[in-house]
Each structure stands twice: as structure tokens, then as C-alpha cells.
Design a protein around this ligand. Structure first.
Ligand code: SAH
Length: 477
């Protein structure tokens, strides 16, 4: 099971390719291009070496594109050219079949994921863009991300706000603080607010009480259940307050696993969407990423509940999490096809220094882009964010994501004072184009690649309007 990846075969040719090469680890160019994968090959590459690189705003245009068309070819250009092979031919045929809405088998997804060449990437991304434009045109939806608490009872091995991380400086926002984030967001043109946090049983209460709840060990104790119930009611109250103050806006929650009744409570309070990444569809891999207290099957149950209740529901996974293989990713794609979530969150895994995965390698930029493209073809109407993690591993990463089929970005609306405390992984971006205040810059870099940020709710295409009509259809200034 040796690593059969070729190195140094990346014949870039064009000047754009050369420019890109300078901005990524050189050894990586072309590395994806050789039909790398065998079963068990880790989905990692050196390209994430760029993780430590400088973070100035460098849009694809700034990387040397001279015109719209050239920029358009940007993500494809990251992939090396390889001599034609039967595997590549097969992969091209499979991508075309996927684009026609045909069901691929796990084996076929595996084959597609295993050949990542200039030709296959080019077909994939071009088709993904076409599909995205068919449903959403050139519009990019923005979500204001409010990280409302970093207390968490869980101990996920990858996550920087895991319970055992004593270094984490815990905080939670009050309802008033959240509302003023929304106020600011609305002014900037946000029409969706995303409230994300750890599984905190102390929301709405004093700091000390929350600390206690966060310290609870083992299964949910009676005391913890009671604490959570109060906390869940308080969050419902906050949702209600946001919806009454901003009736035309959507509220998305991302607060982890809760009983169905609590999801219903939040839905009835007016929450429109819910993000809960499945993390991995494979039970054994799930156990590699989480302590035994958590289970992949319970998480999948939660996702089913959310869909049934009527939330626009988001699943998703990190790319390159420890133990992940192309084979497992193929299973994730099949899981997504079965669940049919309205949203899918996909970003590279990035290690956090104070977690058990501190020494693991980050996920690959190119594989992340590739999976984004595949998800767009698999679920044509999906709301697909170009994530903060993608922007963190390489400058301009989010713009690349948008050129591979993504149609959503989620700038940070949290108060500046807490941003550095919501550290899911090292070097997490929270300034510049990543921050809500940097919206003008983001807007420009999105325009550079031919898209347009709009001030709309940005619901899933075809989703029945539940209680709100979208307002604010005007583009941002
Ligand atoms: N408690 C909520 C929110 C979790 S944080 C929940 O359980 O859904 C949101 C997402 O960040 C996670 O689902 C995970 O996929 C991602 N994440 C966490 N740690 C990460 C890391 N080290 N690198 C990349 N993504 C990470």
C-alpha cells in the first residue's frame, strides 16, 4: 500500500499556473494527478503546507489572472496534467454520468475520487459551476456567523473547544449581545444569522453555572438534563427575539445534538435552518474521531429528525480528518445522496495544538475542492459554503471554493472580543475578508471571479416558504 503518487510532474505551462505554483508548496504540483489512491491511502497532500503561509488578501485575480476567462480556469489549474490513462477516461465518463443525475456506486465514487488530474478537475469544476448557475445564477449568499458560546460538554478529538481543552477561554454571549451582532449584520446586508456554539447547558445563565454544566462527565445526568432544558428554552427565546426584530431574516442554528422535542421547540420559535455535520458516515471512523459517549448513528438520527421537522438541514464532513480515506469519502457521498440535505458544510481538517490530533496533518486543498465539485453535482440545488477552513489553509481558498460549485460564504459577525476564543483549529481566520466588517473587500474579491454577493435570505432553491417572505432583494452597495 505504498504511496504511488508521482511528484514533480506538474507541467503547468501557462503563466497562471506558474503564479499558482509560487503560492502553493512546490512539491505538490501534479501530485494529485497520478491516480494516487489505493484503498487506505490517506487523503492528504503537501498542499496544506500553505497553511502556515502569509495571509494577505490574494484573490485569484491578484494571483496573476489577466481577465475573466483566465481566472475562471483557476481551480482547474491547480491540478497537474498526466498522460492519458484508462482510469482517467473512466473518471471523466463517471463525472459526466453524475452530472446527468445518474446514481454512482460506492466503487464508482471511489474511482472518481482517486483520479484527480487537470482533465478530470476541469470537467468537474466547469460542470459544477454550470449546475450552480442554473439554480442560483451568479449570486453568492452571505451568512452572518455568530459564535455564541464556546462551552461544550463534548470532547471531539479534532475540535479546539472540546471540553478537555483547559487552555480554552470560555465565554458565552448574552441575548443582548447576540441581538446587537444581528443589528450590525442587518446594517451590512446580512439576511441570515447563524448561531453556532458548543453543546452548552448554560446558555442564558451566569458564567459559573455554565462552567459547571460544561464540566459534567459521562452520560447526560439528571442535573445536566435540567440545565440543558433551561438553556434550550433560553436559546428558543433568543431565536424568537431575532425573528421579531428582523422578520425578513432567516435564523440558522448550529448547536449540536439535542432531543427531537428541542429541535421542535427551536423550529417553533422560528429557526429556519440547522447545521449539524455528520462528520463521517462510517461508524468505525466516527469512533476514531469522537469519544465513545458519542455515536455516528445518533448523529444521523438527529439529522433525520431535523429534516422531518422541516428545517433546511445541513450535514457535512471535514476533508482529511485522521483515518479518512477515499473509500470513506465515497461512503460520505452516498450518505449525502440518501439524506438529501439542503446544505452541506465541507472544509479541510486543520489540527488544533491543544487536541489529541495536534500532530496530525491538515487536509488537502485540492481534495476539498474536488469534493465540493462532486457534492454540487450530486445535490444540484445544495447550499454549499466555501468555508472559513478553506480560506484558512490557503489565501483565496474561499474564492477557489466558489469556482468549484460553492455558493455561500459565512463571514464572522461575532464581537471582536470573543473571536479568538472560538478557536476550532489553529490560525482560524476571523479578520479581513473573513470578518463581517471586511464585507466590501470580500465583495470585491467575489466580483473578481465573476460572482455577486447579494443581500437575500438565500433559501434552498425550491424550498417551501414557511412563514417569511424574503426581503431586501437589492444587491449590497
Ligand atoms: N457543536 C456544533 C458546532 C461544531 S463546530 C456541532 O456539533 O455541530 C462546527 C464544525 O467545525 C464541526 O462540525 C467540524 O466539522 C468543524 N471543525 C471542528 N474542528 C475542526 C478542525 N480542527 N478542523 C476543521 N474543522 C473543524
Amino acid at each position: 500500500m505504498g504511496d504511488k503518487r508521482k511528484t514533480g510532474t506538474g507541467s503547468q505551462g501557462g503563466t497562471l499556473g506558474e503564479e499558482i505554483a509560487e503560492n502553493l508548496a512546490e512539491s505538490d504540483m501534479g501530485r494529485d494527478a497520478s491516480g494516487a489512491a489505493e484503498t487506505g491511502t490517506r487523503t492528504k497532500e503537501e498542499d496544506s503546507e500553505a497553511a502556515g503561509a502569509g495571509r494577505e488578501n490574494r484573490s485569484p485575480a491578484a494571483l496573476g489572472g489577466t481577465g475573466f476567462r483566465e481566472e475562471y480556469e483557476f481551480p482547474e489549474a491547480l491540478f497537474g496534467e498526466v498522460p492519458a490513462s484508462r482510469e482517467e477516461e473512466r473518471c471523466l465518463r463517471l463525472i459526466a454520468r453524475l452530472a446527468r443525475g445518474e446514481r454512482l456506486t460506492e466503487e464508482e465514487f471511489f474511482a472518481v475520487l482517486s483520479v484527480r488530474s487537470r482533465k478530470t478537475a476541469s470537467l468537474l469544476f466547469r460542470t459544477a459551476r454550470r449546475v450552480r448557475e442554473q439554480f442560483y445564477g451568479k449570486r453568492v449568499f452571505i451568512r452572518g456567523l455568530i459564535e455564541f458560546t464556546n462551552y461544550c460538554r463534548n470532547d471531539c478529538y479534532y475540535c479546539g473547544i472540546r471540553r478537555s481543552n483547559r487552555e480554552a477561554d470560555r465565554y458565552r454571549l448574552t441575548q443582548e449581545e447576540i441581538l446587537s451582532c444581528c443589528e450590525e449584520g442587518f446594517r451590512l446586508g446580512f439576511r441570515t444569522f447563524v448561531l453556532q456554539g458548543g453543546e452548552d447547558g448554560g446558555y442564558g445563565r451566569e458564567k459559573e453555572a455554565g462552567r459547571e454544566a460544561a464540566r459534567d462527565r459521562g452520560k447526560e445526568t439528571g442535573r445536566e438534563t435540567a440545565a440543558f432544558y433551561k438553556s434550550d428554552l433560553a436559546l428558543a427565546e433568543t431565536v424568537r427575539a431575532i425573528k421579531s426584530r428582523f422578520p425578513g431574516c432567516a435564523v440558522t442554528l448550529s448547536a449540536g445534538e439535542r432531543p427531537r422535542e428541542i429541535y421542535e421547540l427551536w423550529f417553533d420559535a422560528g429557526a429556519d435552518r440547522y447545521l449539524l455535520r455528520h462528520e463521517t458516515a462510517d461508524e468505525e471512523h466516527y469512533r476514531r474521531l469522537h469519544p465513545s459517549r458519542m455515536s455516528g448513528s445518533y448523529r444521523k438520527e438527529c439529522l433525520k429528525d431535523l429534516k422531518e421537522i422541516g428545517f433546511q438541514t445541513g450535514a457535512g464532513m471535514m476533508i482529511g480528518s485522521p483515518g479518512q480515506t477515499e473509500r470513506l469519502l465515497a461512503r460520505d457521498l452516498i450518505f449525502l445522496r440518501e439524506l438529501k440535505p439542503e446544505m452541506v458544510g465541507i472544509g479541510p481538517f486543520i489540527p488544533h495544538h491543544a487536541t489529541p490530533f495536534a500532530g496530525e496533518r491538515p487536509g488537502s486543498l485540492k481534495l476539498t475542492l474536488y469534493v465540493l465539485g462532486l457534492v454540487r453535482l450530486l445535490l444540484p440545488k445544495v447550499l454549499l459554503p466555501a468555508t472559513t477552513a478553506l480560506g484558512t489553509i490557503v489565501p483565496g481558498g474561499r474564492e477557489l471554493g466558489l469556482l468549484c460549485g460553492a455558493n455561500v460564504v459565512m463571514p464572522n459577525l461575532s464581537p471582536a472580543s470573543v473571536r479568538e476564543k472560538y478557536l476550532l483549529y489553529d490560525n482560524k481566520l476571523s479578520t479581513g475578508r473573513e470578518a463581517a466588517e471586511g464585507l466590501m473587500k470580500l465583495r470585491r474579491s467575489v466580483e473578481n471571479i465573476g460572482y455577486e454577493i447579494v443581500a437575500e435570505r438565500g433559501d434552498w432553491a425550491g424550498f417551501p416558504k414557511r412563514r417569511d417572505r424574503p426581503n431586501g432583494m437589492r444587491p449590497l452597495l
